[in-house]
Design a binder for this molecule. Structure first.
Ligand code: ADP
Length: 450
């Protein structure tokens, strides 16, 4: 096993990765920006190096400095967490040149899946259903308009390089389609350096369902069942559950869905942890939307229902170990729910609300897990994602996980800044949530109607 691993990330995910490294007896190296001096993740690590000013482009994305720190610290491997450099294939290539292991898949797979239009075509070739849409990037506006008319409106314009709900726009008619094409091209270029866009049929009231994959370098590929992430705002997840209530309700859906995800991962020669994302209609038809080639924010709920430490397997796989688990060793134990606690204002269009945390106390108890990277007397700044923590609960069934979550949130103190805890408590007690009849548009509509 590696002696020393550098975690090229911050906040809760850096802290979470450090925890597993410690459990495995691996030395940890943290990086931090000027805004993150004394951050919990730097205190947890064995060593910590300053990589630059607060702005991510000058610190957590500052490749030359991070590569320097890797050399200086003698780290043998790098865990990228999620976001930041986690899906940056040129970073992976640089590590390869230096003889440092990247804890994730190969740069080739990252490139393939990083281009969402190419990933879509690849999934189709693998026999995995995709949302009806353009076979690849659209050549020009006229072609896009023609295709939209054939498919029927509404359509969704997506940037090929997009992610995090950015570079995506719905169009109900030709005029708005032309505008959306323009806007998504510009957004794709400015945020991801890729102006290609493609079209998908807009699926009404869909559910977001994804499959956790774990694959070793010898081609052994497993799934760790599915998660449902349909409670969203701005196309971003707010509450996730495992297993999916929709999949559990529809006979035969789980097997088909899990098979599709494993087939795709195998065809891509995928190794390490990854997530195949789908949207589904309420009758259980599902369509591939993308594959995330990294650890996912919502991985804790999968760990809770399977008992597998996904980060531990990421490290072992990156170190060349074969999976000792088989599919038959894995089963679903109960139900888990994750609530993402953000410093944001749900009553003001979920606007980020950075600020100072005065008092802070996390809930504890049976079936409760907290992933956080904050503390009392700490600032949530506008430089980074305003996530405070992830609260996850596990129960023998969904109702137990739900009531545990309510109890956990009631016992959670975050004083001094605006956050969305009360919104979570409200959602958890809504009939639509209790019955799990929600879709990806439900939360925004519910908030507007309040
Ligand atoms: P990103 O890479 O930006 O996260 P995704 O393609 O994964 O974008 O989609 C994010 C979310 O956008 C989905 O969970 C879903 O809510 C919505 N979405 C994506 N594609 C469609 C579609 N074809 N129809 C309706 N909603 C969609």
């Amino acid at each position: 096993m590696f002696n020393k691993v550098l975690i090229a990330n911050r906040g809760e995910i850096a802290a979470r990765i450090i925890r597993t490294c410690k459990k495995m007896g691996i030395q940890t190296v943290a990086i931090y920006s000027e805004a993150d001096e004394n951050a919990p993740h730097t205190e947890l690590a064995d060593e910590a190096y300053l990589v630059g000013p607060a702005h991510v482009s000058k610190s957590y994305l500052n490749m030359p400095r991070i590569l320097e720190v890797i050399k200086e610290s003698g780290a043998e491997a790098v865990h990228p967490g999620y976001g930041l450099l986690s899906e940056n294939s040129s970073f992976v290539a640089k590590l390869e040149e230096m003889g440092v292991t990247f804890i994730g898949p190969s740069s080739k797979v990252i490139d393939l899946m990083g281009d969402k239009a190419a990933a879509r075509a690849f999934a189709q070739e693998a026999g995995v259903p995709v949302v009806p849409g353009s076979p690849g990037p659209v050549a020009d506006d006229e072609n896009a308009v023609k295709l939209a008319e054939e498919m029927g409106y509404p359509v969704l314009v997506k940037a090929s390089g997009g992610g995090g709900g950015i570079g995506m726009q719905k169009a109900k008619k030709e005029k708005s389609l032309r505008k959306a094409l323009d806007a998504c091209r510009r957004r794709g270029e400015s945020s991801f350096g890729n102006a290609d866009v493609y079209l998908e049929k807009y699926i009404e009231n869909p559910r977001h369902i994804e499959v956790q994959i774990l694959a070793d370098q010898s081609g052994n590929t497993l799934h760790l069942f599915e998660r449902e992430c349909s409670v969203q705002r701005r196309h971003q997840k707010v509450i996730e559950e495992a297993p999916s209530p929709l999949v559990s309700r529809i006979p035969g859906m789980r097997e088909k869905l899990l098979n599709a995800a494993v087939t795709l991962a195998k065809k891509a020669n995928y190794s390490n942890a990854g997530t195949v994302e789908f949207i589904a209609d309420q009758s259980g038809n599902f369509y591939f939307i993308e594959m995330n080639t990294r650890l996912q924010v919502e991985h804790p709920i999968t760990e809770m229902i399977t008992g597998v430490d996904i980060v531990e397997w990421q490290l072992r796989i990156a170190n060349g170990e074969s999976l000792s688990l088989t599919q038959d060793d894995l089963s679903i134990d109960g139900h888990a729910i994750e609530c993402r606690i953000y410093a944001e204002n749900p009553d003001k269009m979920f606007m980020p609300a950075p600020g100072h945390i005065d008092d802070y106390e996390e809930p504890q108890g049976e079936g409760i897990r907290v992933d956080s990277g904050v503390k009392a007397n700490w600032d949530i700044t506008s430089y980074y994602d305003p996530m405070v923590s992830k609260i996850s609960t596990h129960g023998s069934d969904r109702e137990e996980a739900r009531t545990r979550m309510i109890g956990a949130l009631e016992n959670y103190t975050i004083d001094g800044l605006t956050h969305n805890k009360a919104m979570h408590l409200d959602i958890l007690q809504q009939e639509v949530f209790i019955e799990a009849t929600y879709d990806t548009g439900w939360l925004e509509a519910h908030q507007k109607g309040k």
